[in-house]
Each structure stands twice: as C-alpha cells, then as structure tokens.
Design a protein around this ligand. Structure first.
Ligand SMILES: Nc1ncnc2c1ncn2[C@@H]1O[C@H](COP(=O)(O)OP(=O)(O)OP(=O)(O)O)[C@@H](O)[C@H]1O
Length: 246
C-alpha cells in the first residue's frame, strides 16, 4: 500500500526579526532560495513550497533535484508529515519511513544495545522483532564488545554503523531519503549499500532528494525538478537529468 497526492500545497515559513526590505532586495534574481514575501498580516515569510501538485502511485521511485534552497527538504518534510501545508491538501497514505536523521533519539550515555531498543521504539518497531533480529544486527554493525559500552565512547563511524543498522530495520510503504547514506569505512559501505538496496526494494514508494545525477538515474523512475519552491518540470530520469545537469 502507498499513495501520495499533493494538491496545491504551499508551505510558508514565518521569519521573525527580519529586515524584510533589505532581504527582498538581496534575493531578487538569485538562483538559490525561495521567494520572500509578506503574509496577509504583513509578516515576513519564506514561501518554501509554492502550489505543488503531485500524484504518486505504488512502485514509483521519485527523484527530487533542484538548486540549494529550491525546496527539496521542505517537500520531504511535508511527505514525512513533519510540516503541514500552509495551504492546499497533502494526502500521504501508507506507513512512512524516513532516513533523513538516522541519529535522532540516540542517547550518548546509553549503551549500543540500549540505543538499538530506544531507536527501534522511536521508529515504531516491535520489541519482539528487535529481540529476534538482534544477533543479525550485532553481526551487521560489527561493533564487538563496544555494543555494551556507552555510545559516547564510539567514534563517528561506529556511531553511524549503529544508527544506520537500526534505522534500516524499518519496512515502510513510503521511504524518504535525503541523499544516499554512505556510512562507515570501505568494507562497511559495501554491506550498507546492500542493506539500503534491500530496504528500497521492500518499500512501495521511494522519495530521494539528491544532487547526484548517477544516483537519480540509477534509482528513480520519475524525477521532479524544483525551483524556488515550485515544480519547474517533472519527467523521466533521462529527460530531467539532461535538462537539469546538462
Ligand atoms: N527554518 C527555516 N526558516 C526560514 N526559512 C527556511 C527554513 N528552512 C528552510 N527555509 C527556506 O526555505 C527554502 C527551501 O529550503 P529547503 O531546505 O527546503 O531547500 P533544499 O532544496 O533542501 O536546499 P539544499 O539543497 O540547500 O539542502 C529556502 O529558501 C530556505 O531559505
């Protein structure tokens, strides 16, 4: 199961203590960023998404490209139900799995094993399933005895192995990714890539925002090109990549 329908979705982010006039002058004509405007109460806002219409069906792999500030992360946040549209309707039908912040909820004072249960609970994964898969997960992370040590004693790479391992246990209908997760040393990256490909294969719909042409061409069936919060063009990976990357 999985379906996404966005109808006329806009997201305005209010800006407090901004000097609206000077901001406007600075941003006119630049390639990056969204439109800065005033809302109906005269307050400054950034229009991060501007009247987005999109319909995504099962088995689609959607790539999202666009310059810095084009609205890719904002769109992913709407799809993850982190942001509500300021106007328009977002129907996101299916279990959402997000790999945007894989370290969210990890407690540096707790051990690796404790953090596996903690993060799994945050991801909505049943404790019994974690019990069943714990040995495989420990084997995957290869953290050895460190798994019983507080996470604050881990190197960055060790921390990422743990976070990646547990975060990729999910089985979502709609998988949301902000770039390809490349974690650990070279050996681990090979294993991580395999695990990520398995996760994508068991997800019904994929949304992947990326600045990498090869990744978009390799993983996606349709691509959205965002510009200043709007959809500039939508089409096949070959078509959009040729237009966007040149
Ligand atoms: N918290 C915020 N407050 C104000 N403006 C914001 C905030 N977050 C994002 N924006 C604005 O919304 C617009 C879209 O930002 P977004 O992060 O979605 O772009 P992006 O395409 O993901 O960019 P990048 O490729 O640089 O990550 C930008 O103009 C940005 O300045």
């Amino acid at each position: 199961m999985g379906k996404v329908i966005l109808e006329d979705v806009s997201v305005d982010i209010p800006i407090f203590n901004s000097q609206t006039r000077s901001l406007k002058k600075t941003l006119i004509g630049v390639a990056t960023g969204a439109r800065i405007d005033l809302n109906s109460s005269g307050k400054a806002i950034v229009r991060s998404l501007d009247h987005i219409n999109l319909r995504v069906e099962e088995h689609e792999r959607i790539g999202i490209v666009g310059h810095n500030g084009a609205g890719k992360s904002t769109l992913l946040r709407v799809l993850s139900k982190v942001y509500c549209p300021t106007s328009g309707t977002a129907i996101i039908d299916g279990k959402i799995g997000s790999l945007i912040d894989i370290s969210l909820g990890i407690d540096p004072e707790a051990t690796g094993v404790e953090n596996i249960y903690l993060r799994a609970a945050l991801l909505g994964i049943d404790k019994n399933r974690v019990d069943d898969e714990l040995d495989d997960l420990l084997e995957f992370t290869q953290l050895g005895e460190f798994i019983n040590m507080p996470v604050r004693t881990y190197s960055t790479g060790m921390h990422m192995r743990l976070a990646f391992g547990v975060s990729t246990m999910i089985s979502p209908d709609i998988l949301i990714m902000d770039e390809w997760l490349s974690v650990g040393d070279r050996d681990f990256q090979v294993k991580a890539e395999k695990r990520l490909n398995n996760l994508i294969a068991r997800s019904n719909i994929l949304f992947l925002a990326s600045h990498s042409r090869s990744l978009i061409e390799r993983c996606c069936t349709r691509v959205i090109w965002l510009e200043h919060g709007s959809i500039r063009q939508i089409g096949s990976p070959a078509e959009i990549c040729n237009l966007y990357f040149g």
